[in-house]
Structure formats: structure tokens, C-alpha cells
Design a binder for this molecule. Structure first.
Ligand code: C2O
Ligand code: CU
Ligand code: CU
Length: 492
């Protein structure tokens, strides 16, 4: 389908629902024009204990037509996949862009001075050389820029990449571990293209309200990827690095995915899951069996984030959704029998069971993720009303102090829309979602969770952060974060 036709469809969706619902292309089953999916280059620092990232300008022809101006680390768009092991890892980040950036290690449990949040600016032409004291379970994390009020645009332009923390024992666990063969990193994003086929970021006011959602799906920076896989068990490391799109992933022929890891690492045994909801900032690892039934496609249903708040456009788009199938292809897979498959069965056991945190008598906090509501929101001016507990983000204000080594219970509530809630420097367990049992994908250690009304979490704070380099907590819809739905705390 041509881009223009696709844009027309998106435009039509927009007109019928009266909201900014951007539906990527409808189900396409002709994949003959797709190219093989590329993975970001693997930068293996497991044995060297050091790596370098250079933030630079890039130029990419995403659609084979016009060239888009992008940002990337060591490459035109996005960055290499960093593979690191526990111990001291020496990083060197150079900024050759014309603007200040940071590099935050989302999912690495590090002290505040190494965390790379908004206070850790790397000016134009400067470099930052932190030693990262890595000490955590194997997991998929990521890195991205985090400049207050500019995170959304800078990430959209490409300043993000994936991290794999490894202990080198995945083969013993019976897990696929050959990067790009049976262990596939999938960086999920969405973008809007202008008439010439260039990526553009020109958010309207409604985009700032909902978060900027695109009408084309990008996997590892590619719009037309086709993943070639062996006939066996394949591991997908899913990272939602889009600004605002919430994916509800499933396989087209109805076969299950098998969840093996959440953000904080492995769960005890594979859990079959039919539909996996992944909001911005979240990661999940799943195994897919390509042995019996062969090729299939990773799909998603449209998630317009209508939220719970009775917003007119939300109600309308849900009514329209009920009458049509709004699912779309994220990535087709093609089985190639010439590829050898080292893993042919699901492991029974991966890790020991997650120890339940003791939440008795712990400090409790209520966190409300506020956004402007009512008719006033249309006229309230840009960013007015985005806040946490009524207070918009302020770099100069520490919102609270947490005791190092403590566990806290937070009750996080969303307003109007669903908001992915992220905490720096700590992992948590989800106790309940809207008073009920957490969804399957939320039953392991997490650092980001989608709050669609109310989520109750238990957090363990083991890493220190002082007042000058505090930890952030925020909505990971990047437009919301930039508009003030963020706070900061120290851990002492
Ligand atoms: Cu992924 Cu504070 O961010
Ligand atoms: Cu983070
Ligand atoms: Cu939000």
C-alpha cells in the first residue's frame, strides 16, 4: 500500500472518530516487498568492560524516498545494543549534536550520580564518562536522552538504544541466545511521515494531550521489516520505545507467546500469554514456537488510550472500535528451514521464584498522575495541568526523601488517560491493578507499569541518590513527562 493511501486512511480514521486516532495500515498479507529485518549492531562490552557512544546527526531514507534528518548513537538512527555483565563498566558518551542531551540507563539499577537523568547534562561538544557499577539480574534495559522539555523530540529523532545485561548462562537455562538469529531485539516505535516520506515531529495541541502517536510502525528503525527465523523456539526482546503508543501484541494465528522476563529479569517459568500489553518504556521477553505451525505475524490492536475518564473522544472512538477490526501488523515472521535451531523446546524452569516483598507496616504514598480535564483543557494553554499530586515538575524541588534499603507501598492513580508510570533506580512488584490480580505481564520485577485507573506497587529502594542527582518518577508518555508529569526524590 502506498504511503499516500495509508495517510488517507489515517486521515479518514481521524475524521470519523473525531480524535487523533492514527491507525497504521490495515492487515496486509502480502509481505513480498519487505526487506529482512535488521537488528542494531551488537556492542559487546561483556569482556572489555567498556563502551563508547557518540551522539551524532544522521540522515535516513526510511521509505526509500526523501531523506529524514535524524539523531543516533554511533549510527544514523537509534544506537547499538549494549551487552554488559555485572561489575564496573566504563562508559564514554560524546555529544556531537548542536544541543544538550543526557543518557539515562532505563532499567539499570545504579546510584543517582550514574543514572543520567535530567540533571546530568552533556553539553554540545562535551563528553561524560561515568563508571557504571552494574549489579543486577540478567535483563533487557535501554538507554535514552532525558532533557526536561526536550525528551520527546530527542527520543523521536533517535536518541535511544537497548541494553542486555547478561551473566552468560542463558544456554544453561535452555534459552535462545544467538543475537539476531534466535534472540531478536525488537525496538517498537511509530512515526508520522510527511508527503515526501520524511519523518516529522510537529505535535499539535491534541498530540500533547494524548501523546504523539504515529500512523506507521517502525521496528528497529525499519518500516518494512520481515524477520527470518529458524524452525524452533525464538526469543523476542520487546522494547516499546515509542513516545506514546500502547501496543497490545498478539500472534496472528492465535498461538500463544510465552513470557519469560519482565523489566527486572526472568520470571520463574514461562507463562503462556495470548495478548501482551506493552506501554512506552516497558520491556518484555517472550518465546515463540516456530516449530510446528511455522510462520506467523506479530500483530497489535489499536489502543487509542481512551482512558477511563469519560472524555468525549474516548467514548466515541470506543463505539467505533466495536464495529471494526482495528488490528495491524507489527512484524511478519518467515521460517527458513536452512537456519539451524539450537533450542526446540520451552524450558520448564528458568529462575527461582520471585521473593514476595514484605509490605507490612511500610511507608505508604499516594501518587496521582494529573492532566488537565474538562472543556478548559482545550484553552488551558500548552502543558497547563500536567503534574503529579498537583505539582508540575520542578528541577529545583525534591518531592520527597526515601530511606535507603526501605520498601514502600505506592498507590498510583491515573486521570483521563492511561499513563505508563516509571521509577528510576528501583524495581517494584505490582500488588494489584484496579483492586484485582495483576495482568500476566506484570507478575515479575518491573520499573514501568501502565496505570489505567489504579495500580498498587511495592518498591525496594537499594540505590542512593543525593539531592543534586536525584531519581525521577514520571509518566513515560514523553509529551506528558515533558509537560510536567514528573517528580524527583532522593534516597539516603
Ligand atoms: Cu525511560 Cu525517566 O525514563
Ligand atoms: Cu528510567
Ligand atoms: Cu501520561
Amino acid at each position: 500500500m502506498s504511503i499516500n493511501r495509508r495517510q488517507m486512511l489515517a486521515g479518514a480514521a481521524c475524521a470519523t472518530t473525531g480524535s487523533l486516532v492514527f491507525s497504521p495500515s490495515v492487515r496486509a498479507d502480502d509481505f513480498s516487498e519487505r526487506r529482512r529485518l535488521q537488528l542494531p549492531k551488537l556492542l559487546d562490552a561483556q569482556t572489555t568492560g567498556r563502551f563508547g557512544l557518540t551522539a551524532r546527526h544522521g540522515a535516513v531514507k526510511f521509505t526509500g524516498q526523501a531523506t529524514s534528518k535524524t539523531y543516533g548513537f554511533n549510527q544514523d538512527y537509534l544506537g547499538p545494543t549494549l551487552r554488559i555483565a555485572n561489575g564496573a563498566v566504563q562508559a564514554k558518551i560524546q555529544n556531537t549534536l548542536n544541543e544538550v542531551i543526557t543518557v539515562h540507563w532505563h532499567g539499570l539499577l545504579l546510584p543517582g550520580v550514574q543514572d543520567g537523568g535530567p540533571h546530568q547534562e552533556i553539553a554540545q561538544g562535551e563528553s561524560w564518562q561515568p563508571q557504571l557499577d552494574v549489579s543486577q539480574a540478567p535483563s533487557t534495559a535501554w538507554y535514552h536522552t532525558h532533557i526536561h522539555e526536550h525528551t520527546a523530540r530527542q527520543v523521536y529523532q533517535g536518541l535511544a538504544g537497548a541494553i542486555q545485561v547478561t551473566d552468560g548462562r542463558d544456554r544453561d537455562r535452555g534459552l535462545p541466545d544467538v543475537y539476531g538469529e534466535n534472540d531478536l531485539l525488537l525496538v517498537l516505535q511509530d512515526k508520522r511521515l510527511d508527503d515526501a516520506g520524511r519523518v516529522s515531529y510537529r505535535p499539535h495541541m491534541m498530540d500533547l494531550m494524548h501523546g504523539f502517536v504515529g500512523d506507521q510502525i517502525f521496528v528497529n528503525g525499519q518500516t518494512d521489516g520481515l524477520a527470518v527465523v529458524p524452525r524452533g523456539i525464538v526469543r523476542l526482546r520487546l522494547l516499546n520505545a515509542s513516545n506514546a503508543r500502547i501496543f497490545s501484541l498478539f500472534l496472528e494465528d492465535g498461538r500463544p507467546m510465552h513470557l519469560i522476563a519482565t523489566e527486572g529479569g526472568y520470571i520463574s517459568k514461562p507463562l503462556a500469554i495470548q495478548q501482551l500489553r506493552l506501554s512506552p518504556g516497558e520491556r518484555a521477553e517472550v518465546l515463540v514456537d516456530f516449530g510446528g505451525k511455522g510462520s506467523t505475524s506479530l500483530m497489535s490492536t489499536e489502543d487509542a488510550n481512551p482512558g477511563s475518564g469519560g472524555m468525549m473522544m474516548g467514548r466515541m472512538s470506543r463505539m467505533i472500535d466495536a464495529f471494526r477490526d482495528r488490528s495491524f501488523v507489527v512484524l511478519p515472521f518467515s521460517v527458513d528451514d536452512r537456519l539451524k535451531s539450537p533450542i526446540d523446546r520451552l524450558p520448564d524452569q528458568i529462575d527461582s521464584a520471585m521473593p514476595a516483598l514484605d509490605g507490612k507496616g511500610v511507608k505508604q504514598r499516594r501518587i496521582s498522575l494529573d492532566m488537565p480535564m474538562g472543556p478548559g483543557m482545550m484553552h488551558g494553554g500548552m502543558g497547563a495541568g500536567f503534574a503529579i499530586n498537583g505539582r508540575p515538575f520542578n528541577m529545583e524541588r525534591i518531592d520527597f526523601i526515601v530511606a535507603k534499603g526501605s520498601v514502600e507501598r505506592w498507590i498510583v492513580e491515573s486521570s483521563i488517560l492511561a499513563h505508563p508510570f516509571h521509577i528510576h533506580g528501583a524495581y517494584f512488584q505490582v500488588l494489584s491493578e484496579n483492586g484485582g490480580t495483576p495482568r500476566i505481564e506484570n507478575r515479575g520485577w518491573k520499573d514501568t507499569v501502565l496505570v489505567d485507573r489504579q495500580v498498587e506497587i511495592l518498591i525496594r529502594f537499594d540505590h542512593a541518590a543525593g539531592e543534586r542527582k536525584p531519581f525521577m518518577f514520571h509518566c513515560h508518555i514523553l509529551e506528558h513527562e515533558d509537560a510536567g508529569m514528573m517528580g524527583q526524590f532522593s534516597v539516603t
